[in-house]
Ligand binder design. Structure first.
Ligand SMILES: [Mg+2]
Length: 190
């Protein structure tokens, strides 16, 4: 499996853990993530385990890998493997429907739900069914407020918003980024 260094990413604002509560007050409740993390690999598995989380729904583009990239960042690969060793169940949930989604999921030995249509509930429901866990034991990790966080909050999952890995995005995502700035003025977005 090819890996690459995370150091290739753009300049990004690093949030401290206390940023979560601060930004949650600014965003409407349904749009406020429970936690911020600079990158997927910065999400604390200890904290999740302490909260009783046993299942992870992980976004693909700009969360796990860079935009349209199939090379898994070394630190993210290590994070996924550590989560698996600690018996977290993982499902990759992506609005992308290309063969790349399933290929990356196969590399990581995780289940995947492509063409998820986040934030609509269909994909989240399929992910929860794959995890076979109650909602209170599931966390969603993703880089988009209006897909990953909103969809996760609608379902009652614990939600963690990460910074996008790089500034490139799908066309529709760039529209969402504009509105994210309104709700998360402190967030560094390209
Ligand atoms: Mg994404």
């Amino acid at each position: 499996m090819r890996v690459e260094s995370a150091a290739q990413g753009p300049r990004r604002r690093v949030h401290r853990s206390e940023d979560s509560e601060e930004n949650s007050r600014k965003a409407p409740r349904m749009l406020g993530p429970n936690r911020f993390a600079p990158r997927l690999c910065d999400v604390s598995l200890d904290e999740l385990a302490g909260r009783g989380i046993r299942g992870l729904i992980v976004d693909l583009d700009n969360t796990l890998v860079a935009y349209r990239c199939s090379e898994i960042i070394e630190e993210h690969l290590a994070w996924i493997q550590m989560a698996q060793r600690r018996s977290f169940k993982i499902v990759m949930l992506s609005n992308n429907f290309s063969d790349r989604v399933r290929s990356i999921a196969d590399q990581l030995a995780v289940e995947c739900v492509p063409n998820a249509l986040k934030p609509l509930p269909t994909g989240f429901w399929r992910a929860q069914r794959a995890l076979a866990l109650p909602r209170r034991q599931i966390a969603v990790v993703g880089d988009q407020l209006f897909t990953d966080v909103l969809g996760g909050r609608i379902f009652g999952f614990y939600t963690i918003l990460t910074e996008p890995i790089e500034p490139h995005d799908f066309a529709l995502t760039r529209v969402f980024r504009f509105f994210e700035r309104l709700f998360l003025p402190q967030r560094h977005l390209p």
